[in-house]
Design a protein around this ligand. Sequence first.
Ligand SMILES: NC(=O)c1ccc[n+]([C@@H]2O[C@H](COP(=O)([O-])OP(=O)(O)OC[C@H]3O[C@@H](n4cnc5c(N)ncnc54)[C@H](OP(=O)(O)O)[C@@H]3O)[C@@H](O)[C@H]2O)c1
Length: 315
Amino acid sequence: MTLLVRVNLYFVAFFNLISSYRSNHVLDSCGHAVLITGCDSGFGHRLARCLDQKGFVVFAGCLSPEGAGAQSLVRQSSSNLKILKLDVTRDEDLQQAKKMVQENLPEKGLWAVVNNAGISDWAEIEWSTIEDFQHMVDVNLFGSIRTSITFLPLVRASKGRMVFVSSIFSFFYCLNMGAYSVSKRGLEAFADCLRVEMASFGVKVSIIQPGNFGQATNILKRKTALDIWNKLDDEKKRIFGREYIDLANDYFTSTCRVGFKDADPVIAAMLHAVTSARPKHRYLLVSTMEMFFFSIFPYLPTLLADAFTDFWGCC
Ligand SMILES: NC(=O)c1ccc[n+]([C@@H]2O[C@H](COP(=O)([O-])OP(=O)(O)OC[C@H]3O[C@@H](n4cnc5c(N)ncnc54)[C@H](OP(=O)(O)O)[C@@H]3O)[C@@H](O)[C@H]2O)c1
């Protein structure tokens, strides 16, 4: 690419940025469609209902279209909400979903894609297998990449929105969250690169970073100390010992008891990212107490950040 073309691209991106700050309207939902992944439960399920009530055509991707979550979505929504069978790890599902979306697009096209589908698990790195990491990354990272690549041409045509549901674990690392952190840090790298590339096309990219909303959704994987113990080989059993595993399990169980019981702040952020004229690049959704700490955490020297992480793990 010549220097002139590159300078021109930056100029267009800068111009788009300025004009986006001038316009201040909230999007009129009428005739616009939104695709959301992972609508069987949790944030995706709530957002799908909310956007349906606001008059959007909603394509609700569900892992199990015949399951209780998808069926309750059908019962509680208008005929403008359509359930898609969408396992984000399966290319065939994505191609099928794209066909269905194209055949049912309203006049103003596909406005937004919300990459929400995700899984979580906890374990120290040495208790995990490569398959544990691969599965986590396949859903949380490659699932969003597959979905984005599939639907980006439609979103670009409407100069719309790409939204990515990440986590505070994309930048805050703590005990037992290695595989999840890897997947969410990768997701943010992808979203940041996409934001820069899409600026000249008028597509805005937002990242949602929820803190602990484990009690408000189905994300928490219930497993016992015995489940972990049974997975370890004899050498690891000898190195870690049962007491260490029990302590880790107690720590995880105690973190599950705290946190938000209501998903409202996350849904409000997702709505803002989809409908506001000036969506934020990042929405950090933590308690007021935690806000200061999490805002500075990425900028702390590693030594200090590690000390905080150790302290956090001991609390
Ligand atoms: N809740 C929190 O504290 C929290 C914090 C930070 C970030 N997040 C993120 O928020 C997003 C939504 O999670 P949530 O908390 O709402 O949990 P959730 O209730 O478990 O929702 C996740 C959804 O993704 C679906 N899903 C799982 N694997 C999938 C696949 N391969 N393809 C398509 N869909 C799949 C799940 O289907 P099934 O119900 O059938 O499994 C479920 O509908 C995730 O990306 C998660 O990492 C959550």
